[in-house]
Design a protein. Structure first.
Length: 718
């Protein structure tokens, strides 16, 4: 695979590849047997003895999972690997069993003809401060005590919440701004500037952290190369998932950012208030709620840590240093008080201490070192460049503009936070970028009411995101590294006909949850409408994408088992039942149907009605061009309803009339059981693969270069 301008190109056939990917998977954030809502096993022995072998799924089950995802039309995995999984036992101590497991799983991906890019995943630094990703010992290195993060508001941690079942929606994201994560991100990216006294074993902690991070993923890359999985399976590497900016660039540590679009929810201490709380001092803190126009302050609360400290005592820190072999040059206690940002008791000393920082410069410096480390073992690795989420990316230096892919994330934020598919939405990206001016009226200008307007604003937002990448990162492909929907949405109001259809459909399912999968299977289901709107926005922009996400052990009560999130496309509701789209034991056959027979007989074996997947929504099953001879020009998909047939339009601009390879389109049999195909030029053939999907091959030899051809598929109603 190579990049050529905005496209991925298959070297052997010179065809454009559009990736329809999936993040595999969210379960990789967590060790085996340690879901985020359970306290047992949390922060024991610095969390050194955790086990990630078998995450995202046991190797003996891998073929079933990979078959299932291939049958759903995915041809790319964003493959999650955490620094913690590799180096949890201590600095330089790699979990070789886990690395062996990753190689075994990648070898299975090769046999299933799947492409992969590695995602060094993290959220708000680590599990210990309410997220995922980085080893527990990094907190100890900084002198922090995760057992006191809740009492001091240094982080909001799911399993330390009074009732984990009532953990507020998306509140984990506020940890980026709280003491623990903000301190560690500052040390990691800009520690030499803002915490120059923090050296360990003769090295600055910034260099210490970054060197171990780079070495861990370099070791993974070395093993991938040694097993001949580079280029053939592993196309490249993401940079760091959703990196935090720490305190870098904060203009005044006594104030929250003036940005009224920045995410705020629950208790939101300023940087200075967080430092006070971290030292156990009672502090008044603003509490925020989320409304249609964004965050809104609703009250002020006195938070009293009652003397608890987020910082390790001198004695405990000395014990930890002995365990890990550290000789540190700074004392126990608040790093920021030690550097004179505040006096450690009551008063701020340097409120503008971090104001001169440009995070982009620190991030680019890290990216430069990261590229060097990765390409030491994988010279042709594609770097999937991901800036901080929802931020405009910085301009990539010219000498780094080689073999890149722009890999931003985008979610429908209103639906994600409210857990409801609303009749209105906000053109958030363009609002944030200033398209609608200033002042409170800009929210009204950015407001979109009605489904058609909402879908249009999603298309507009992704167009903005894609164009920003072209102007800053360079003329490279764009992939939405994460996009998806929460499945635990409020149910839509149903009419009598919908209830009748759901009742009839229930005979084909064996539900074990309060919400029948038959409800999700209806075209009016909010999950179906939300998913269709998001994927439509990607398709209309001709971008690649990787859905978030696949968690095979997703549970009805706890969702993805991490911080209350519930975005997995899969949730098991029965064991041993064959699926309408998910029987992984199907045999392979090849049938062909010419264009003269396009209205003809049933091409595929009968579909199996019973589905063990509670998330088998209609719009997830859609045609997708895996390989295109020429340049993709337009994609439109109509998800089926009770009144509308499923339909698919693909327009391609011909580049070379001597084409010998076909354009190949994945077609899900559930909506298109027989090939009803029309083309404006060329010839086509339908090839059956199994009962789940077929492949439509389209040749157009002799068509003049520059001509735009059109293919239409017509399927069934619901």
């Amino acid at each position: 695979m190579q990049v050529a301008g905005p496209w991925f190109i298959d070297k052997e056939t010179n065809r454009v590849v559009l990736f329809r990917g999936i993040n595999v998977g969210g379960g990789t954030k967590l060790p085996v047997g340690v879901p985020s809502h359970e306290r047992n096993g949390f922060w024991v022995d610095y969390d050194r003895k955790v086990n990630f072998v078998g995450r995202p799924f046991p190797i003996e089950e891998a073929d079933d999972h990979l078959d299932r995802l291939v049958n759903h039309g995915f041809n790319l995995f964003r493959f999650l690997v955490t620094w913690e999984a590799i180096e949890h036992e201590g600095p330089g101590l790699y979990d070789t069993r886990y690395l062996d497991y990753v190689i075994q799983l990648l070898e299975k991906c090769k046999r299933h003809k799947l492409k992969v890019f590695i995602d060094p995943h993290q959220d708000t630094w680590s599990r210990q401060c309410g997220g995922s990703g980085h080893p527990g010992w990094t907190h100890t290195l900084a002198g922090l005590d995760p057992s006191q993060f809740t009492a001091t508001q240094a982080a909001v941690v799911h399993n330390l919440y009074p009732d984990p079942a009532d953990f507020p929606k998306m509140i984990w994201n506020t940890n980026y701004q709280k003491l623990a994560a903000a301190t560690l991100f500052t040390l990691f990216f800009a520690g030499k500037k803002y915490a120059p006294k923090c050296t360990v074993n003769g090295r600055h902690v910034q260099d210490y952290l970054q060197s171990h991070y780079l070495a861990a993923f370099s070791e993974l890359g070395r093993r991938i190369r040694e097993n001949d999985l580079h280029d053939t399976v592993v196309l490249g590497y993401d940079t760091m998932n959703e990196p935090g900016q720490g305190y870098v660039g904060i203009q005044d540590i006594t104030k929250l950012p003036d940005d009224d679009l920045a995410f705020k929810k629950g208790l939101m201490p300023t940087a200075f208030e967080g430092m006070r709380l971290g030292m156990g001092l009672p502090t008044k803190v603003e509490n925020w709620a989320f409304t249609w126009r964004g965050p809104s302050k609703d009250k002020t609360i006195l938070v009293d840590p009652k003397g608890a400290s987020a910082w390790l005592s001198a004695d405990v820190l000395a014990e930890a240093d002995a365990v890990f072999g550290w000789k540190r040059a700074w004392p126990a206690g608040c790093i920021w008080a030690h550097h004179g940002v505040w006096d450690g008791k009551e008063a701020v000393v340097q409120p503008h201490y971090f104001s001169d920082g440009d995070f982009s410069a620190y991030w680019l410096s890290f990216i430069r070192d990261y590229i060097t480390a990765i390409r030491t073992h994988h010279a042709n690795a594609i770097l999937f460049v991901q800036p901080p989420i929802l931020e405009t990316p910085p301009v990539m230096p010219q000498d780094l503009q080689h073999n890149l892919c722009y890999a931003p994330h985008w979610y429908d934020g209103l639906t994600l936070v409210k857990k409801k598919w609303c009749s209105y939405n906000i053109d958030y990206i363009n609002l944030q970028r200033g398209k609608y001016g200033t002042g409170p009226l800009r929210f009204l200008r950015a407001l979109r009411v009605g489904e058609k307007a909402i879908r249009g604003c999603f298309v507009d937002q992704l167009e903005t995101v894609k164009n920003e990448g072209r102007h800053t990162i360079g003329n490279f492909p764009c992939i939405l590294g994460e996009i998806g929907i929460p499945y635990d949405l409020e149910p839509a109001k149903s009419n009598a006909l919908s209830r009748l259809l759901a009742w009839c459909s229930s005979f084909f399912y064996s539900a074990v949850t309060d919400e029948s999968p038959a409800d999700l299977y209806l075209p009016d289901a909010p999950q179906n409408r939300a998913m269709d709107a998001s994927i439509n926005a990607v398709e209309r922009n001709l971008a690649n994408y990787a859905l978030w996400n696949y968690v095979p052990d997703n549970l009805p009560q706890w969702g993805d088992l991490w911080n209350g999130e519930d975005l997995s496309i899969w949730q098991e509701i029965g064991v041993g039942k064959q699926s309408r789209m998910d029987d992984t034991s199907s045999s392979t056959s090849t049938l062909a149907l010419s264009e003269q027979d396009k209205k003809g007989e049933v091409l595929l074996p009968p579909m199996i009605k019973a589905s063990p997947n509670a998330r088998d929504i209609l719009s997830l099953h859609r045609p997708h061009p895996f390989a295109t001879m020429g340049v993709p020009h337009e994609i439109q998909f109509q998800s089926p309803t009770r009144s509308e047939h499923a339909s698919y339009l693909y327009r391609v601009q011909v580049e070379d009339k001597s084409n010998t390879h076909p354009t190949e389109i994945y077609v899900p049999a559930i909506h298109f059981p027989t090939p009803n195909v029309e083309v404006s030029g060329g010839r086509w053939q339908a090839q059956s693969v199994n009962e789940h999907y077929w492949v439509l091959c389209w040749w157009y030899e002799g068509v003049a270069a520059g001509e735009v051809l059109e293919l239409r598929l017509t399927g069934e109603k619901v």
